[in-house]
Structure formats: C-alpha cells, structure tokens
Write a protein that binds this ligand. Structure first.
Ligand SMILES: Nc1ncnc2c1ncn2[C@@H]1O[C@H](COP(=O)(O)OP(=O)(O)OP(=O)(O)O)[C@@H](O)[C@H]1O
Ligand SMILES: [Mg+2]
Length: 148
C-alpha cells in the first residue's frame, strides 16, 4: 500500500489506513531517514489506539511504554544503539513476542533480531512537507540486502 501525505494535516487519515493494514500484526518497523516523520507517525498511531500517556518519559532512551485500552504499546528508537547486544540486554524478546504493539524506529540497527512476522512502513520525503509512505508485510527487499 502506498499513501501520499501532502502535508501533516493529512497524516491522521494515513495513520488510520496504516492501522487497518497492520490488522493483527503487532511488530511494525519504521524505515526512514532522520527527520522523515517516524516519531510523528507513531504518535498519530498511538492517538488512534487511545493512548492516554503520550508524553515521552524523560528516561526514554531505547524503549518507551505507553498504555491504552487495547493494551500496552512499546515504542523503540534504536538510533543510538551501538551493538545488537544492547537490545538483548534490555530483553527485546519480552517486548517483541508479547503480543503488544511494538513500533520500532531504526530497525536497521538490529538486523538479526527482527521477527519474521512484521509490517514495514517506509517514509520518503517527496517535498518539504510531503511524504510518500509505503506499507507492506515483511521487510522491503531494498533494506534486506542492506541489512545482511
Ligand atoms: N507530512 C508530514 N508527515 C510527517 N512529518 C512531517 C510532515 N511534514 C512535516 N513534518 C515534520 O517533519 C518532522 C519529522 O520529525 P520526526 O521526529 O517525526 O522524525 P523521525 O523520522 O522520527 O526522526 P529521527 O530519525 O530523528 O527519530 C516533524 O517536525 C514534523 O512536523
Ligand atoms: Mg524519531
């Protein structure tokens, strides 16, 4: 599925479609360059999931936990990860296989730890305020070759 977001006001509708596409999947990977809008989109998805505590905790380093009527949501940002071992240390498996939503920024940092059953969201900058958002099952082949 490919969505065009001409400006940020169109993001809520795009997020709705993405949430439908995600359906029963729980691990969602966000591939995009810095500042493309991963966090902004994740916040929108969280809003749709009726998350009440959207304020990022001051200790948010790698994983942040939000609460919603539909269960917990785990938001990862692996940007600062230096090695996969750090993800093992924080017990990533407990999160990834918990059955709760896991929204993952910078999944490129943990290529060997990514589960098979995932949805990938790729965000490309087309113009300053416009975004092309691609959503698919599995990992995009362009990233697969780059990851391994
Ligand atoms: N159509 C759009 N969709 C999403 N964000 C947009 C859009 N237009 C402009 N923006 C702006 O782009 C910026 C995206 O920042 P955001 O922190 O979400 O990026 P990010 O991909 O999470 O970056 P990082 O890799 O540093 O975590 C925000 O300032 C947001 O307001
Ligand atoms: Mg971000």
């Amino acid at each position: 599925m490919i969505l065009t977001v001409n400006n940020i006001s169109e993001l809520p509708d795009a997020a709705k479609e993405i949430l439908h596409f995600i359906a029963d999947y729980r691990v969602v990977l966000f591939f995009a360059p810095m500042g493309a809008g991963k966090t902004t989109l994740i916040k929108e998805l969280c809003r749709l999931l009726q998350i009440t505590d959207t304020a990022a905790s001051p200790t948010f380093s790698i994983v942040n936990e939000y609460h919603s009527p539909k269960g917990n949501v785990y938001h990862f940002d692996f940007y600062r990860l230096k090695e996969e071992q750090e993800a093992l240390d924080l017990g990533y498996e407990e999160y990834f296989f918990s059955g709760n939503y896991c929204f993952i920024e910078w999944p490129e940092k943990i290529p060997n730890l990514l589960p098979e059953e995932v949805i990938s969201v790729t965000i490309e900058l087309s113009e300053i305020n416009a975004r092309k958002i691609s959503v698919q099952k599995g990992i995009p082949s362009s990233y697969l070759t780059a990851l391994y």
